[in-house]
Structure formats: C-alpha cells, structure tokens
Design a protein around this ligand. Structure first.
Ligand SMILES: Cc1ncc(COP(=O)(O)O)c(C=O)c1O
Length: 456
C-alpha cells in the first residue's frame, strides 16, 4: 500500500454497471467477469446510467426546437458544458467543445492550427496524440522516448530552443496508456510557455484517475473521452483557449456552426460562422453523451478524488506486490518501476506469447485484459527492446514465444474495481506461470482462442 493510502481513507469502489455479470469459462462453468481493461473503455458508473435514464423521457432536439423538451434539453446541454468547465477548472475565456472522443478532440485541434505551426510530440504518445498533426502546412518534430521526467523536460527545452519563430504546439499525455506512468505536465507546460509555445494535454488516461486543473497545470487545451471516464455515450471534450478555435474554419461545415447563410448576387453562397463552441459542433449535438460526461464529472467530484486516488494506489500496491513475487513477469516501464502511475500496467511473461496468455486469462479465469501494442506502437516496441514490426495492432498472436516478446499484456482498473478482481488476476498469473494453461490455444481471425476441439 502506498504512503498516500496510509494517510487518506481508501473509499469503497464506486457502483458501476456490469459488476454482477457472469461470463462462461471454456470449461463450461460461469464466473463473475473481472473487467480489467478500463484503459480501453471503463464501465459506466451506475450514477451516470441512472441520470441518463431519468433524463431519457425528456430527451429532445437541442438548440433549434421551440417545444418545452427542446428547451429543457438545450439547457441541460449547456449546463453540461458548464459542469465540464468547472471539473477542468478552466480560465475565463476558455471554451468547452463537445466532440466524439479524445481522437476527435485532437484532430479538431490539429485542424485549427495556424499555417506554419510546428508541433512537438514525444514518440511515446498514443497514436491519437501522435498522428493528427500530419498536415501539409504544419511541421512535426518527434522527440525520442525519454527515460526520466527530467529527460523529457530537457529534450523539449532543447527542441524548442532550436525552433525558429512562429506558432508552436506541444502535445503531451498526462498518463501513459501503456505504462500508466504520470508525465511531468506542469514542468512541460512551463517549458513550452517559456519558449512561446502552446501545449495540449491528452488527459484520456489522466482525467478518470486524477483531478485535472487546466489553471493549475497551465496547459492551453485538454482533451479526454467520456467512455474512459465512466460515461460511455459517444462524447468527448476539447477544452481550453478560444482564439485559435474561433479564428479557424469550422471542423465540420453544416447547420449549427453557421450563424447565417446567404445567396450572393453572383450566385455563390456567403457564410457567417459562429464563434464559440458551436463553430466546431456542426450537426445535431450528442446531448446524452454530453450529459453523461457531466454526470460522471459530478459523481467523481462528489466521491472525492482523494479517496479515489488512495483506493487506486492501494490496488496498484497490491498488484505490484503480487507480480513482484513472480520472477517470470517483466513490467514495462519508461521512468522506472517506482515512478507514480495510474491504474494501468503492462507486462510480458517469459516464455509466453502475450496473446496466448491474455486468452487464457479470459477463457480460464473470466478476466478481461488487453494484449497487443495498445495504439502506441513506437513506445511498446521501445519497451520490448526492438524495432521489428509485428503484423497487426494485436501484436503477434501466432508468434512462438522467443527471446523477446512482440507484444504485451495490459491490466487496467479504476474507481469501480473491487479488490477481488486484482487478487484473482495476480493468482491467475501465478497459476498460469507455474502450471501452464489447461487448454490448448489456436489463432482464429487474428485472435488467440481456446481450441475447444482438444480437451485439456
Ligand atoms: C492516452 C490516450 N490518448 C488518446 C486515446 C484515444 O481515445 P479515444 O479512442 O477515446 O479517442 C487513448 C485511448 O486509448 C489513450 O489511451
């Protein structure tokens, strides 16, 4: 247990959907599902589900309807924006744009960059942060994987110092979706600003686990996804400075983004675009998604991040202590095993193919983790110690275990995780390592599955 958890009381897991769901094992019996893939998508908070269900009968068109339910829905949509602004501790003049998810938010930001912007991004980023900047009129500098937070700050400092005048943007993750390690966001923001650059925080993995204060971290924008924040209704957020957003062409052209459209004498059509969030929210907005995010923000704030962080650190301590007793397990880390992390941890197991191992966790123990390269190919390859390209995102389900793994296993959890899921996971890893899988496994459609044609 961490020192933090000793001093702050560890709260109970929050109620989430799916906690009583039973899944079949390959042998026929049923067990309660241990959802340990929160980093991909977290289960919905019961509170979010209840709030959405209570609102559903009142659902109506947003912004354009004259009826009572339209007005109620519009109010709710705009209140949701205000709740998110409060959750993120935004500054005056900042705006909240509802998007589809983090990938969409960062692509939106990429679309509003002034021509000639140079973007600085570490090669360790999730592809959602790594790839959207590849515009013809934008330059991208990829910074090599740093081996400590200090090295990250120094590398950025040096890269920015060598950059000529002009608009600059730094994109950095708050917590890695591979290692769970927390990045030195405040220091990177200070470095960016010292060189006249702006910075966007990819908080997809940080926001579900830690409070994110835009004001305190002094970042210019922040992006996150509802489905990782216990609100799986298809919405996400880009929040922060208004100037570049208001100056650019709308992300999508269409109704809602346009204030007025008029036919010109020469037969063309003139458009006056909206200012503010509406400029980049063309089309009918996802009011349920936005409301669900706001509900999750309230639920996490009311539960209290102190207790939630303490609980998560307690689970991380339990997990690490358990895995440390299994010498065949190698935890992947960029900044060292002791570096603070959220409830995300990737590892490989000696003499095992990671896809095979993850399939056995599912089929024989009812545990859902993820295997592969986690949409962060350069980082995972660096951590695995090689540059060879495995065939797909899922890694190399058919590769025989060798000297070096070609993909990894990721376990991740959060506010709804009971102790039993982490304990079952550690016990299962130990048993698989010492006794082997009971079933044979084969590859089907690129995934590893138990070979039910052969009895154990
Ligand atoms: C750090 C990070 N950034 C961005 C994303 C992309 O999020 P989404 O798939 O919700 O757009 C993910 C998803 O796993 C992530 O972990």
């Amino acid at each position: 247990m961490s020192a933090y958890a000793d001093t702050v009381s560890v709260c109970e897991p929050l109620a989430v959907l799916g906690r009583d769901v039973e899944v079949p094992l390959v042998g026929g019996e049923k067990v309660s599902y241990a959802a340990l893939d929160y980093a991909a998508s977290a289960p919905a908070l019961q509170r979010v589900w209840d709030d959405v269900a209570a609102y559903a009968p009142y659902y109506g068109s947003v912004h354009r309807g004259a009826g009572y339910l339209s007005q109620l829905s519009t109010d709710l949509f705009e209140q949701s924006r205000a709740t998110v602004a409060e959750f993120l501790d935004l500054r005056d003049g900042d705006q909240v744009v509802f998007t589809r998810a983090t990938t969409d938010s960062l692509n939106l930001l990429a679309s509003v960059l002034p021509a000639g912007t140079r973007v600085f991004v570490f090669e360790t980023e999730h592809h959602a942060s790594l790839l959207p900047w590849r515009r013809e009129d934008v330059g991208v500098s990829y910074l090599r994987a740093p081996r400590s937070p200090q090295e990250a700050v120094a590398a950025l400092d040096q890269a920015l110092a060598q950059c000529p005048e002009g608009p600059k943007l730094v994109c950095v993750t708050g917590a890695s979706n591979v290692t769970g390690e927390i990045w030195p966001v405040r220091e990177l923001a200070a470095t960016a600003h010292r060189h006249g650059a702006r910075i966007v925080l990819d908080a997809a993995q940080l926001a579900p686990h830690h409070p994110v204060s835009v004001r305190d971290l002094d970042v210019d924008w922040v992006a996150f996804s509802g489905h990782k924040l216990y609100a799986p209704f298809g919405a996400g957020v880009l929040a922060g400075r208004s100037d570049w957003l208001d100056a650019a062409e709308p992300y999508l052209a269409g109704g809602g983004a346009s204030r007025s459209v008029a036919r010109e004498a020469d037969g063309s059509v003139a458009v006056e675009w909206q200012q503010g969030p509406a400029r980049h929210e063309a089309g009918s907005p996802n009011v349920i998604g936005a409301y669900a995010i706001a509900s999750a923000c309230k639920a996490l704030t009311e539960a209290g991040f102190e207790g939630l962080v303490a609980r998560e650190q307690y689970l991380i301590g339990r997990l690490r202590a358990g895995l440390a007793e299994i010498p065949q397990v190698k935890v992947l880390t960029l900044f060292g095993e002791e570096h603070p992390r959220v409830g995300v941890l990737s590892f490989v197991v000696q003499d095992w193919n990671s896809s095979h191992f993850s399939a056995a966790l599912s089929a024989e123990y009812g545990i859902g983790v993820r295997d592969g390269l986690f949409c962060a190919h350069p980082l995972v390859r660096t951590l695995l110690g090689g540059e060879e390209a495995p065939p797909s995102e899922c890694g190399a389900p058919e590769a025989l275990p060798g000297e070096r793994s070609l993909n990894a296993i990721r376990v991740s959890f959060g506010a709804g995780t009971p102790d039993e899921h982490v304990d079952r996971f550690v016990a299962a890893v130990r048993e698989l390592v010492t006794e082997g899988a009971r079933w044979a496994y084969r590859t089907e459609g690129g995934r590893c599955v138990p070979d039910t044609r052969r009895q154990p």
